[in-house]
Ligand binder design. Sequence first.
Ligand code: AMP
Length: 127
Amino acid sequence: MQKNQNVYDKENIFAKILRGEIPCTKVYEDEFSLAFNDINPQSQIHILVIPKGEYISFDDFSGKASSKEIISFFKSISEVAKQVGVDRSGYRIISNHGLDSHQEVPHFHVHILGGNPLGSLLVKGGK
Ligand code: AMP
């Protein structure tokens, strides 16, 4: 996470992907959302869905985005899941907010994980 967690960092890696400055393997795009493969997949299917607007985390998005953006964004997640077929086999969505969650990239994103049986929700041993 950036030092000032309340200010959107325009140089974060997903902002650069949105501006086309660095590549991604695009899975889906619409007016409000972009989805692409995670560079370090934790399951056979591991896709990140991000809003095109500048939101730091789920907390920021849910507080500041318009209803239209929020509805469209969450519909885009299920659309992506359908597109890759995990709506039938099952999938998990995760979004990390802030330090305790280990959010690494300070642009709101939802992970879609699936394509194989997933383990426990949380790795045991966290304090
Ligand atoms: P989080 O810990 O929830 O912030 O997750 C950030 C995710 O972004 C991790 O799963 C990374 O593997 C992924 N990631 C980082 N850089 C890239 C990139 N350039 N393209 C795709 N995924 C990335």
